[in-house]
Ligand binder design. Structure first.
Ligand code: DGL
Length: 264
């Protein structure tokens, strides 16, 4: 297909911070030839500790900025933002808007017939939202899904604190009183959590599956672009932008992507 100058070829990605890079990494594996615009709303991170109204405002503002830059699709690479605003964003723009939600359904299917349970790790706001409760009610008639908010992992990832000792100390505190042996599948329902994939795997043990929605979202994005005839339009360029203190380009997002590429 012929490219026209007025037709945006970039794919927008939005998160409260560096979590969205775990989804961008999956998209890059499938589509290294596309161009991306990654927006981190670091002036307002963490979304998971804010009210629904606050997060709605931040997400609309960030998404309007991205839309204004010109994109052919927008990936809301944040479970919290998706649960609050994805429906509204879909009505607002004429390009496809994809979201990400905790992969509860595949987790429940994986434990079908087993005696072990599913644990969903996400932000407090995602877990409070009606969208999450409806999802669990639909896919989990046997009531085998538990959930836990881990705000400390968002903070650690934002501060580039990945040292095993520091992270394990936080997990010890966060999982106090939780019988981790009850779980066979753990859902990483926040895009910041895949940074801790290895340490979480060691925490839960090798027999426990950790699943996240990133790979599925990236496949979905590819499918949507293919069916619209809009694949292979870029050169593999990634532009990063952020709000707040990082707006001047002070944060090097490449460091986080390098970190991810070393562990996954
Ligand atoms: N990365 C986000 C998510 O997937 C939100 C983290 C936060 O800002 O609290 O939910």
């Amino acid at each position: 297909m012929k490219k026209s100058a007025s037709r945006p070829a970039r794919i927008g990605f939005l998160d409260s911070g560096v979590g969205g890079l775990t989804v961008l990494q999956e998209a890059l594996k499938l589509m290294p030839d596309e161009d991306y615009l990654f927006y981190a709303d670091t002036g307002h991170v963490p979304y998971g500790e804010k009210t629904k109204e606050e997060v709605r405002g931040y997400v609309l503002e960030a998404a309007d900025y991205i839309a204004g830059q010109g994109v052919k699709a927008l990936v809301v690479a944040c479970n919290t933002a998706t649960s609050i605003a994805v429906d509204e964003l879909r009505r607002r723009y004429d390009f496809p808007v994809l979201g990400i939600e905790p992969a509860v359904k595949p987790a429940v299917l994986r434990e079908e017939g087993s005696r072990r349970k599913v644990l969903v790790l996400a932000t407090a706001l995602t877990l409070r939202e009606e969208k999450y409760h409806r999802l669990v009610e639909t896919v989990d008639p046997g009531e085998r899904v538990d959930s836990l908010a881990l705000p400390g992992l968002v903070r650690l990832a934002e501060n580039f604190e990945f040292g095993e000792e520091r992270v394990t100390a936080y997990l010890r505190e966060a999982f106090e009183g939780v019988n981790c042996e009850a779980y066979g599948t753990v859902v990483l329902g926040c895009t910041h959590f895949p940074y801790f994939q290895q340490v979480l795997q060691r925490w839960f043990g090798p027999g426990v599956a950790l699943i996240s929605g990133g790979p599925g979202t990236a496949r979905n994005l590819r499918r949507i672009l293919e069916s619209a005839g809009r694949r292979h339009e870029g050169t593999g360029r990634i532009d990063f932008c952020a709000s707040g203190r990082d707006a001047e380009g002070s944060r090097n997002f490449g460091d986080w992507l390098d970190r991810l590429n070393r562990i996954r």
